[in-house]
Structure formats: C-alpha cells, structure tokens
Design a protein around this ligand. Sequence first.
Ligand code: CP
Length: 338
Amino acid sequence: MKFQGQHILSIDQLERESVERIIQVADDMTPYATRVKCCTVLDGAILANLFFEPSTRTRISFGTAFNLLGGHVRETVGMTTSSLSKGESLYDTARVTANYADAIAMRHPDVGSVAEFARGSNVPVINGGDGPNEHPTQALLDLYTIYNELETLGKDKGTIKIAMIGDLKNGRTVHSLTRLLCLFPNIQFTFISPQALAMPDKILDACDNAGLSYNISEDFHYGLKGQDVIYLTRVQEERFTTQEEANLYRGKYCLNQKLYEQHCDKNTVIMHPLPRDSRPEANELSDDMNNNPNLAIFRQTHYGVKVRMALFALVLGVEDKLTQFEKPMNWYSPRHQS
Ligand code: CP
C-alpha cells in the first residue's frame, strides 16, 4: 500500500507488507515517544481530532502522537457541541474540516460513519472507532504489543495462540485484531463468550478464508489454558438496548491473579484494549494483577502512541525525514530513569 495521502479506515485495506512497514516506522519513533529526543517534522501541520463518542486513550494518544512529531491539534469532543447536532451531514463536516487540517482522526458511534465522513475529505482520515464495527489503530497497536511482549519473553513470534474473551459481538477491537491477525500464518484463535455475544460470522469467515483455525466456547477456564496471549474485553454496555440486558453478562468472566496462577501457562501475556470496567459487578480484569509482569495493558497504551505516530508520518509522507528534524530534549522525564 502507498500510504501518502490515504485514509486509514479498515484493516481490510492493509496487506501484510503494509503492516510490517507500520511496525518498522513505529520502531523508528522510539526516541521521540520515550522523550530522548524531540522531532519537529510536522511543524505547522494541524490534526483535527473529532471524537463524537467517549474516549480517553485513542483521543489523547492521537493528539500526543501528532504533538510529538511537532504538529498542532484542534479537537471537538461530543455530538452536542458539534454542528452535527444541527443536522449537518458527515460529508459537509468533512469538507469543512479538511480546509482547516492536514489530517483528521475521528470516532463516531455509527458503523460506517468514518468511511462516510472520509468521502468528503481530501486530507487523510484515520478511523478511531466506528460503533461496534472497527478500530484499526487499536488492532495495529495490539499486534505491535504482542510482538514486543513475545520478543521480550524470548518466544517465537511466528506462531501465536491467542484467546479473546468477553463481548466479542460488540467489541470492535477484537473484530479488527482478528482481521489483522488473519494476514499472518500460524495463528490459533480461541473465542470465549456467552453465546449471545459470540464473534460475528463475518469475522469467523475471515479466519476460514485465511485458513486459520479457531475454537469457540463459553468456558472461561478452558480459554485461559495453553495460550501465549489472553485478550480480555469488557461488556460493551453502551451497545445494548437496555441496561438489564447488559447486566445479564457483566461479571461472567473475571480474571484475577489466583485464576491466572491456577489456569494460565507461565508467562501468558494479558492484554485488554481498556477501559477495563472496574466496578465490582463487572471487573473482568482484577486490579490484583497490576503487579503481574505479564500484564501488558499499560504497555499497550505506550505502543499506541508509537503506532499512531507511525501512521501520521506515513500518510503525511515524512517517515524518511524524522532524523533531519530531531532536536535535543531539555526537560526532566521519569522515562529516562529506567
Ligand atoms: N482502547 C480504546 O479505544 O480506549 P478509549 O475508548 O479510551 O479511546
């Protein structure tokens, strides 16, 4: 894929070589993401960060990634503060915003909305999540995390056993991550969910078409055994028609340190796209695991900045100019102590 000027809307756009290029460029971002050096290659460029649905990580890390490359960020947060609430179409919003910005990151609750928006934009649009459909940048950072975690553990990155557990019907991150892993051979999936929240058929079809095997079960303990990676998700209660319906599934699968020690293989990597639902009635990933060295959830958020920096560099065509625009970093950062 030629990245410059392209929208990043779906994992379906990417082939294996493009993913490997994103990973390479993400590696190049290490000195800037860890504040060893500054990079101003996007000095003067503007990102419009349009988030019409709640977010902490994706919104802030898109903005941070753009800032770390020297660019500026303009944001709009929430539907009611935007002129979409006055009936403006996504197309018109895009035509207008593209006049102000050099790149646009967007999240919206409706499936297909970011692609619809991108029709009106002549600057690159990156999908930050469109309803329960896709979250391609999360999948890329998840893959980058898996590779880094397995490498740190001295494990083979060429064969990966991964269990995805939780609300697999409504969780867009598991849809995008499964599609992304389908680009690689020797992936073995285990999908654990209540039957009503099972992985959609179109994602299972993608596994079939890729010739990858998968096990499907409702049995949580079965899903924990024999994996390299366990990827937990919360019940996406905002996608349910009623709170009562969501309540049927909250708290069904809860991983804690005791269960990890009882059922997981040594050094199983634990991932979660976050936010985890820490309310006692949910608690799919207990905070008693916070000191488990194989809990990768906070490293995922660091890798997310690097991957988003890589995507901005690629779509704006500056990936080979980073070192020309380096400067020393002058301020204190605790990142330098390790
Ligand atoms: N992982 C993720 O998308 O988190 P936010 O909803 O906080 O952006």
